[in-house]
Design a protein around this ligand. Structure first.
Ligand code: ZN
Length: 366
């Protein structure tokens, strides 16, 4: 195992609109460059991992002694050559060169690259383009045949000596090491890259989607001579839920959970129970304007989890119907709605079938 891993993190990231170079922005809970370091360490495939940066002070993390940080050069190819010269003294057999802006490669890819180095001097992952590419020659636009074109990725793997010799000789600025081999008529073995191993280029690439949560709770007394509605479904039962409206505890809790997530107070603010306007209103009608607010604010529901707390009726009998009803009322895929039944061991008012309660948690995103 005489492998070395070079991570190039000295780019200027001109297209990335941020104070710090993008490699040091937080992505999935850690600095972008650290994903590559952690994966290389986890793979246990490398004797040393070299991080090439413009400014060593940008790295605040402490790594073990096999992770070395060095200062790079002006261009990518300068940094790459500086790193190759630096590791020469260790007499490496193989070297992988990687852009810190690609945090999503897998350990499997690292293993495959190194495996292929047994028979090849240069191994490069590549994928087919999803988009059609045009190119321009003297003001004329040509379509690049998608079947004949590939997009190269990193890490790229090389026999150290071959890459070193070519790099020392090269006078031009090159975009990556694969180009160096190709331009010198040296063979490159292309292997399947990974579609998700994309390069973080723009700030939007690492912006995380915001998630908000809301909680809802409701309880109503059961009374004779009233129809029982749960989640908008009429359910045959000895009693119904007492309330200003139809007393649908599920819909009321759902409404409160959504209002919680969008931070718009509570159900009583929208439907005061001293207003005659809402007397005997069906709760599905109360839900509609709340969904409207949710959508007008460009939010959408990720999922709903519901606990219906009662001895009777049994949730298992009505689960599908209630979930289907909620799915249609909320315009939400039924796989994103979960309904659980919970009894209270015959304790208290709920246990004696004098009341039904419900709690809901709702997650939404922008
Ligand atoms: Zn209620």
């Amino acid at each position: 195992m005489n492998n070395y891993f070079i991570i190039l993190a000295s780019g200027q990231s001109k297209r990335f609109n941020s104070k710090n170079p993008k490699q040091f922005n937080i992505y999935k809970n850690k600095p972008l460059f650290k994903h590559s370091v952690d994966k290389a360490l986890k793979s246990k495939l490398f004797k040393k991992i070299i991080i090439v940066v413009n400014n060593k002070k940008l790295i605040k993390e402490k790594f073990n002694k096999n992770v070395l940080i060095i200062k790079g050069g002006k261009e990518r190819s300068d940094s790459s050559l500086i790193a190759l010269k630096f590791i020469k003294k260790f007499k490496p057999a193989n070297v992988l060169i990687h852009d810190a802006a690609r945090p999503n490669f897998t350990l499997k890819l690292l293993k495959t690259l190194i495996k292929f180095l047994k028979k090849h001097k240069a191994v490069v992952p590549a994928i087919k383009s999803k988009d059609s590419i045009k190119y321009k020659i003297k003001n004329q636009l040509f379509n690049l045949n998608r079947n004949n074109s590939i997009l190269t990725q990193t890490p790229q793997a090389f026999k150290f000596k071959d890459l070193y010799d070519l790099s020392i000789k090269e006078k031009n600025i090159i975009t990556d090491e694969a180009t160096l081999f190709i331009e010198n008529n040296k063979k490159v073995k292309f292997i399947s890259g990974e579609n998700f191993n994309n390069k973080i280029t723009f700030k939007e690439d690492i912006e995380v989607k915001k998630i908000f949560y809301g909680i809802g709770f409701d309880v109503h007394r059961l009374v004779k001579n009233k129809k029982l509605y749960l989640g908008g479904v009429k359910i045959p039962f000895h009693s119904g839920l007492k309330g200003h409206s139809d007393g649908d505890v599920i819909l009321h809790s759902v409404i409160d959970s959504i209002l919680g997530a969008i931070r718009k107070k509570d159900i009583g603010t929208f439907f005061p129970d001293n207003s005659n306007k809402f007397k005997n209103i069906r709760s599905s009608k109360m839900l509609k304007p709340i969904i409207q607010i949710l959508e007008n604010n460009n939010f959408y529901i990720n999922n709903l989890d519901i606990n219906l707390i009662c001895e009777q009726p049994k949730v298992t009998r009505y689960r599908d119907k209630i979930v289907k009803s909620l799915s249609s009322l909320l315009n939400l895929d039924k796989n994103l709605i979960n309904l659980k039944g919970k009894t209270v061991e015959k304790l208290g008012l709920i246990g004696k079938e004098k009341a039904i309660a419900c709690e809901v948690i709702c997650s939404i995103s922008e």
